[in-house]
Design a protein around this ligand. Structure first.
Ligand code: AP5
Ligand code: MG
Length: 213
């Protein structure tokens, strides 16, 4: 099962992908997570990417296409994968098509999680992360103890790009650069639109229905 999760910043791609890993037995590939790990490790790619990420802009296509080309070759992708946050431009979608064709693979479904812009700012300013990968929200998914991860007990932090100014820039860039992919995948008969408002479980059940259907 080869899937893409498409949606604006804060749509719930990461939240849903984490649940889908267990249900489908395939890995989540998040370009955002891979880039943040490179930033944390201080690699040359991470140092370069951080400038774009903190400003709410997309990292250059060549960088993320390279990341995905390497990642898809790993053996855990043999049974399938969930792409979270890639592709994000038409150039990335074209490159993905070409690399999958070479591997004799194809995308099965593109799940487009639809959330109105007015909900996204609150979701992102209230998001709190843990280094273990868990994610919370100060109102919608509160940890049991304020500021502390339920899973590992570490202190929660805010992502550097979850500041209002960067969020607004991310939303503008989503509409300019990423939203055209909705048409790209509709033309290919692969787009499955899912309402992304309501409970996390209801949205998850909606996704499972379309990808298993
Ligand atoms: P990335 O990490 O992919 O960020 P993003 O697309 O902006 O999306 P987010 O991770 O912010 O949101 P999400 O949809 O995962 O939502 P989540 O589940 O966390 O990319 C970061 C940056 O890296 C980019 O800006 C760019 O610079 C670079 N980058 C990455 N990929 C790239 C690419 N392909 N090309 C170029 N550059 C790239 O949920 C958000 C919050 O809402 C959480 O607090 C959650 O608890 C809450 N929530 C979730 N579901 C619900 C619900 N149903 N109701 C209420 N609250 C909810
Ligand atoms: Mg995410």
């Amino acid at each position: 099962m080869n899937l893409i999760l498409l949606g604006p910043p804060g749509a719930g791609k990461g939240t849903q992908a984490k649940k889908m890993i267990d249900a489908l037995g395939v890995p989540q590939i998040s370009t955002g997570d891979i880039l943040r790990a490179a930033v944390k490790d201080g690699t040359p790619m991470g140092v370069e990417a951080k400038k774009f990420m903190d400003a709410g802009q997309l990292v250059p296509d060549s960088v993320v296409i390279g990341i995905i080309a390497d990642r898809l070759k790993e053996s855990d992708c043999d049974k399938g994968f969930i792409l979270d946050g890639f592709p994000r431009t038409v150039a990335q979608a074209d490159a993905l098509e070409a690399m999958l064709r070479k591997m004799d693979k194809d995308i099965d479904d593109v799940v487009s999680i639809e959330v109105p812009d007015e909900d996204l700012l609150g979701r992102l300013t209230g998001r709190r992360m843990c280094t273990c990968g868990a994610s919370f929200h100060v109102m919608f998914n509160k940890p049991k103890l304020e500021g502390i991860c339920d899973l590992c007990g570490k202190e929660l932090y805010q992502r550097d790009d979850d500041r209002e100014e960067a969020i607004r820039e991310r939303l503008v860039n989503y509409h300019k650069q990423t939203a055209p992919l909705i048409e790209f995948y509709t033309e290919r008969g692969k787009l499955r639109a899912i309402p992304g408002t309501g409970s996390v479980d209801d949205i998850f059940n909606g996704i499972m229905r379309v990808v298993r259907g």
